[in-house]
Write a protein that binds this ligand. Structure first.
Ligand code: ASP
Ligand code: MG
Length: 405
């Protein structure tokens, strides 16, 4: 008998039949003797639909009202799932983020969780209920509703699992687990039985859509085992954990890709202290995350500085950077959209030379030009033309023989 937190994504709750399926699954889990807390996302593409409704009034809707609006998507699915469970003769109760004790910072659309106070959840579990929590939302000290950023229900689920001391957190989705690459691009991609937190964090940050990076980060911090599994069958899924990986065969574990990439180059930047801070502080304040940054050596005290941002942030970023380029006396800035990132990831690459060379060779043999390179201890990323990304992913998957165990 344990406590399990299961999270179901929007595609697993897209219609009445799918909600019934989830109800059956959580009832089965309870009948095995577990206490069950279920975190739900909004049905199907509800969040996008709510967003576009708001944008019919203005292109720049008020942040507070937008969060109130978007949080309702998850509230709808939580109530419907509770009703579905009850209709099958079992006890269930739905709770919104505030009722569930998800206390968050007062920053609209991208709040971080400050604390979880799951008093109400414990008492509902004590009454024998399956507790259904609306994901993606929290409540501020002022009792305002905030959302946790797109894909934030994963974060709700892992944070709840940690604070409840759950046995595990299950992320139930429309795919069967974490793959060596996106199976839509690489038919030979293989499902991984397990992966460690650091590898999963890099996979998620560099484009694997299966889990939200922040959720992996919390799992890692508190050593919460996370199982990514399919909502529609009982295949075993992928276990994300902190133990040593058994599948040591291949040191590259996966290829991640991201098509939402743009770059900004500031030309003729004076090479003196404080310039980078002047540029990047305002971007950070605006909530724009800057990824790869390259600055080349200066010739005559003048240098170029290039960085990448999500393509969806490009407009906002250039609005912030342009006036600054003038104030620091640079020659201005140019931007380019339509780029992509391909990354190879694997803890086993640490301290082992030769991976970068193999990666660059595979890309060059596929006729793909590399624009920017960035690395961490367990990842190498190349920024390439967005149109070349599918070929790049296939070339790397085959160069590192990821189809083989
Ligand atoms: N419904 C929200 C979104 O679409 C949160 C989530 O799905 O996790 O981003
Ligand atoms: Mg989602």
């Amino acid at each position: 008998m344990g406590l399990i937190v299961q999270k179901y994504g929007g595609s697993s709750l897209a219609d009445v039949e799918k909600i019934r399926n989830v109800a059956r699954r959580v009832i089965a889990l309870k009948e095995k003797g577990n206490q069950v807390v279920v975190v739900v996302s909004a049905m199907g593409s509800t969040t996008d639909e709510l967003l576009s409704l708001a944008r019919q009034f203005t292109s720049d809707p008020d942040e507070r009202e937008l969060d109130v609006l978007l949080s309702t998507g998850e509230v709808v699915s939580s109530a419907l799932l509770a009703i579905a469970v009850q209709s099958m003769g079992h006890k269930a109760v739905s709770l919104n983020g505030g009722q569930a004790g998800i206390q968050a910072e007062a920053s609209y659309s991208r709040a971080r969780i400050r604390a979880v106070v799951p008093r109400r959840i414990w008492s509902e579990l004590g009454e024998g209920n399956i507790v259904v929590v609306a994901g993606f939302q929290g409540i501020t000290e002022e009792m305002d509703i905030v959302t946790l950023g797109r894909g934030g229900s994963d974060t709700t689920a892992v944070a709840l699992a940690v604070s409840l001391g759950a046995e595990a957190c299950h992320i139930c989705t429309d795919v069967e687990g974490v793959y060596t690459a996106d199976p839509r691009l690489v038919p030979e991609a293989r499902k991984l039985g397990e992966i460690d937190y650091d590898e999963m964090l890099e996979m998620a940050t560099y484009g694997a859509k299966v889990m939200h990076p922040r959720a992996v980060e919390i799992g890692k911090l508190y050593n919460m085992p996370i199982l990514v599994a399919c909502s529609f069958n009982d295949s075993p899924g992928t276990l994300i954990h902190g133990g040593t990986t058994v599948e040591l065969g291949n040191k590259v574990r996966g290829v991640a890709h991201d098509l939402n990439v743009a770059k900004v180059t500031v030309l003729g930047v004076p090479d003196r202290p404080g310039i980078a801070a002047t540029l990047f502080e305002p971007l950070a304040q605006a909530g724009i995350s800057v990824d790869t940054i390259v600055q080349n050596t200066s010739v005559d005290g003048i240098t170029d500085l290039t960085f990448t941002v999500a393509q969806s942030d490009l407009e906002k970023a250039s609005r912030i950077v342009e006036p600054i380029t003038r104030s620091i006396g640079s020659r201005g800035c140019v931007t380019a959209a339509g780029l992509g990132k391909v990354s190879i990831i694997g803890s086993g690459m640490q301290n082992t030379p030769g991976y970068a060379a193999r990666m660059f060779k595979a890309l060059s043999e596929a006729g793909i030009n590399i624009e920017i390179i960035s690395t961490s201890e367990i990842r190498i990323t190349c920024i390439v033309d967005g149109g070349k990304v599918p070929d790049a992913v296939r070339a790397l998957h085959s160069a590192f023989q990821l189809e083989e165990e």
